[in-house]
Write a protein that binds this ligand. Structure first.
Ligand SMILES: Cc1cc2nc3c(=O)[nH]c(=O)nc-3n(C[C@H](O)[C@H](O)[C@H](O)COP(=O)(O)OP(=O)(O)OC[C@H]3O[C@@H](n4cnc5c(N)ncnc54)[C@H](O)[C@@H]3O)c2cc1C
Length: 465
């Protein structure tokens, strides 16, 4: 098979590359290779079964058209300060301009016009004052909230638009490797589970998301593609009653707080806050179960969840952050019989595990029904645990009640963005013809930033025609 541009991965980064090529009037033949299904065929059985069925060959939550975005909360962070390190590569002005541009595309496909986080200036000042007193930094970030169900419809509209405009999307096809000739990337080899075949292309764009990060790391090692180990984030998902979060939910929707707690002074931050949301489980291909969270636009729970993440870097002699985080995840899964583990904050401070029956003694009911009560401290590295405990205690000053006895901590929450592919500002890797985008490239970690990276890639490829 022949193409001008082959895009591996139909998440936001891949999708916006194709969209922008079309918007710029490019007549190049675009083929997208996606190992999951079209958006209309993505179904997580958990809605019926109430528990994760560990779907094979892949998890529908993270795999398929729109990538990890389709069932995600659909919160579009509209500030360059949130969503990854792309601005350090391309500059903050271009990053913000492109975010604004990509945001208009989401609006064209039906995203809500309302933006969270711009109202209540006096209340915002009060929150910032408390953050300063607690030694935390409050990052301003307006949010456009699509909501899980609406995000699905928006991406469905985009999928149809791409197909109607000639983009060929090969669903159920997995990219196995790159085709190299004299250090030039000439396309990819792909499997449809029955046979392998080649797609030759002038430009190969790899945008395989978090799930494809370790696969891309192996490709980098195999083909000598310049890359650097980056960070990996290890943390917990915290769940409290909506009443506790009432003020920050109303004023900010998402509170982006950053701290450097003693004694380690590592960067610790809040991420992905879901007012009235639900804690969810994702399963990676290697059976690793990790926790996440999302919220619907209309259907609300009594709880708010958010993650608290600590960044980890390694140097000598060990520099495999993904492998490290996986081990932490495996150990936690082992303690929960392959499920997600939960513990009350007060039990952690008291040095005891949480028992299933004790969960019923609290005001809060876990929104992840099949979660297993236990001891997350038995698997969490000391440094990460101390960072989390001290950060939660600082947060309590900004959000009184956050560090209550009954506050729930779910584990493992892991974010794999480690392998950072070295690229120039036009996203050229050290291998001619190969470009890496989105979360798997290590430069983004959110829907909007990966979409913006796709826009810039599409523009560049359209120019080169
Ligand atoms: C539950 C959940 C909630 C989230 N909520 C938010 C949110 O509210 N706001 C936000 O900004 N971010 C959120 N995120 C993160 C966001 O979804 C990602 O940052 C974003 O989707 C990254 O886009 P991407 O295009 O880089 O990769 P992805 O969206 O992960 O897409 C990559 C695609 O590549 C495919 N793929 C992987 N390997 C191969 C291969 N070898 N061959 C073919 N195809 C392959 C995958 O199937 C996938 O569809 C959430 C993530 C999850 C999991």
């Amino acid at each position: 098979m022949k193409a001008d541009v082959v895009i591996v991965g139909a998440g936001p980064a891949g999708i916006f590359t194709a969209l922008e090529l079309l918007k710029k009037g490019s007549r190049q033949k675009i083929v997208m290779v996606e190992k999951g299904q079209s958006i209309e065929n993505r179904r997580c059985p958990k809605h019926q079964t109430n528990k994760c069925m560990n779907c094979k060959p892949y998890c529908h939550i993270t795999t398929g058209f729109s990538g990890a975005g389709a069932f995600s909360d659909g919160k579009l962070s509209l500030s360059y300060e949130v969503g990854g390190d792309l601005p350090t590569l391309i500059g903050t002005d271009l990053a913000q301009e492109t975010i604004n541009y990509a945001d208009k595309i989401y609006l064209d496909f039906g995203a809500d016009t309302h933006i969270e986080g711009l109202e209540y200036p006096e209340d915002r000042k009060e929150i910032r004052k408390r953050a300063i007193q607690a030694g935390l930094k409050l990052v301003d970030c307006p949010i456009r909230h699509m909501g899980t169900e609406k995000a699905h419809d928006i991406y469905l509209g985009i999928e149809r638009y791409l197909q109607e405009n000639g983009v060929e999307i090969l669903f159920g096809h997995e990219c196995r490797n790159l085709i190299l000739e004299n250090d030039v990337c000439k396309g990819v080899t792909v499997s449809d589970r029955r046979q392998d075949f080649e797609i030759s292309a002038k430009h190969t764009v790899v945008a395989t998301g978090r799930r494809g990060a370790d696969w891309l790391e192996k490709l980098c090692a195999e083909h000598n593609i310049a890359h650097a180990p980056g960070t990996v984030d290890i943390g917990v998902r915290v769940e409290v009653r909506n009443e506790v979060m009432e003020m920050v939910n109303r004023v900010l929707y998402e509170s982006k707080l950053v701290g450097w707690p003693k004694p380690f002074k590592n960067k610790v931050r809040t991420f992905c806050q879901n007012p009235g949301g639900f804690v969810s489980q994702e399963n990676y291909d290697n059976d690793l179960a990790v926790v996440n969270g999302h919220s619907y636009k209309e259907f609300k729970s009594d709880n708010t969840n958010l993650s608290i993440l600590c960044s980890h870097n390694f140097s000598i002699p060990f520099n495999q952050p993904i492998a490290y985080a996986q081990k932490v995840g495996e150990l936690t899964n082992m303690l929960a019989n392959g499920q997600i583990l939960v513990q009350r904050f007060g039990d952690i401070l008291d040095g005891k595990r949480t028992w299933q029956k004790e969960l019923a003694q609290s005001n809060i009911r876990p929104t992840l029904p099949d979660v297993v009560a236990g001891d997350i401290t038995a698997a969490m590295p000391y440094r990460a645990m101390m960072n989390i405990i001290n950060f939660i205690q600082a947060m309590d000053y900004v959000v009184p009640g956050f560090a209550s006895y009954e506050t729930l901590l779910y584990s493992p929450e892991l974010k794999f963005y480690s392998n950072r592919v070295k690229m120039d500002t036009d996203f050229n890797t050290s291998l001619q013809g190969l470009h890496c985008l989105g979360d798997s490239s290590g430069w983004t970690r959110g829907l909007m930033m990966s979409s913006a990276m796709g826009v810039l890639m599409g523009r560049k490829l359209a120019e080169e025609g």
